[in-house]
Design a protein around this ligand. Structure first.
Ligand SMILES: CC(C)(COP(=O)(O)OP(=O)(O)OC[C@H]1O[C@@H](n2cnc3c(N)ncnc32)[C@H](O)[C@@H]1OP(=O)(O)O)[C@@H](O)C(=O)NCCC(=O)NCCS
Length: 149
């Protein structure tokens, strides 16, 4: 990753570009209001973006509650995938959560999303339980994964 790539905290002005990443990545994309609320009204939330030449090409976020970090979303723009950027972004998020006092990190991932599961496994995440019918678009189950930080 050369220095045309920059990680920084998400700001309100990023929401348009974050929504592009969001819509290109998820079948149940979050709305503008959801991101606005995360940035302004949720004191547990921490969001980072990955910029390439000043364009947001990825983002991720977590809620840190006492010593547990719960990942909300992780996404890279499709044309930037497969370049180890998701890997670098997860490492940033894990380091940040650790700095803020989190001892464990958890997340939900679609049972069919083998790419994301493989990324998380590479980061040391283990399988937890299954949340039945967690995703409202197709009632798909979520696999819970967790890691000690
Ligand atoms: C999941 C996602 C963030 C990965 O980002 P990425 O930048 O493409 O991933 P990387 O290039 O850093 O790859 C990291 C690891 O992910 C896995 N991975 C990435 N692309 C893969 C592919 N096409 N097939 C299988 N595994 C893959 C591998 O474990 C890879 O490690 P490796 O290269 O050492 O084998 C990206 O695919 C994405 O945005 N997907 C859509 C949104 C999503 O599903 N988010 C997760 C929701 S829980």
């Amino acid at each position: 990753m050369d220095d045309s790539y920059v990680f920084r905290f998400m700001r309100e002005e990023d929401i348009d570009e974050v929504l592009e990443v969001e819509h290109a990545s998820f079948t149940l994309p979050w709305s503008r209001e959801a991101f606005y609320n995360e940035l302004h009204n949720n004191h547990f939330a921490v969001y980072i973006v990955l910029e390439h030449n000043h364009r947001v090409i990825g983002y991720c976020g977590t809620w840190i509650v006492i010593d547990e970090s719960h990942v909300t979303n992780v996404a890279i723009l499709p044309e930037y995938r497969g370049k180890k950027l998701g890997d670098a972004m997860m490492r940033q998020l894990m380091a940040l959560a650790r700095e803020r006092g989190a001892k464990t990190m958890t997340l939900e991932v679609r049972v069919t999303n083998h790419i994301a599961q493989s990324l998380y496994r590479k980061m040391g995440f283990q399988n937890g339980g299954i949340r039945k019918g967690y995703y409202s678009d197709n009632q798909e189950d979520a696999l819970v994964m967790w890691v000690n930080l």
